[in-house]
Ligand binder design. Sequence first.
Ligand SMILES: [Zn+2]
Ligand SMILES: [Zn+2]
Length: 136
Amino acid sequence: MASQHNPNLSKNASLVHAFLARHGSPASAYEILDGLRDKGISAPPTIYRALDQLVARGLAHRVESLNAFVACDHPAHDDANGFAICEDCGSVQEFMDPKVVSALNALAKAQDFDLRHATIELAGQCAACRVEASHV
Ligand SMILES: [Zn+2]
Ligand SMILES: [Zn+2]
C-alpha cells in the first residue's frame, strides 16, 4: 500500500494517527486526548478505541516501557519490532532487523515456545543528544 491515507479508518482513528505523526515522539493517551480536545474528542475510551484500531493495523505502536504510542513509519511490517528510546530527549526511533527477528524466532523455538509477538525496547542516548553533549 503506497498511500498514507487509509479510507477504512474511523474518523477518530485518523485524527489520532495525524496527531501522532505530527507529535513525532511518543505520546500517552492523555497527551493525545489533550491534543484532540478541540477536535471534539473528550473521552479516554474514544482515544483507546482509536489507538486499538491503529495498533491492530500497524499504523501505530505501543511503547511499553513509556506507556505511550508512536505513529509507525514502516508500512510493511514483521511481527517483531524494536524501539531505541532516548532517555534525554524522549525521541524514539523504530528499527527492524531481520537478523533480530530470526534470532528471536530461533530463541523461541529452542524453548519450544510459540512466539506471537515481540517488542524490543532499547534505552540510551540518541545521536542528536550525544552531539549536543559533546559541544557543552
Ligand atoms: Zn512500525
Ligand atoms: Zn535524544
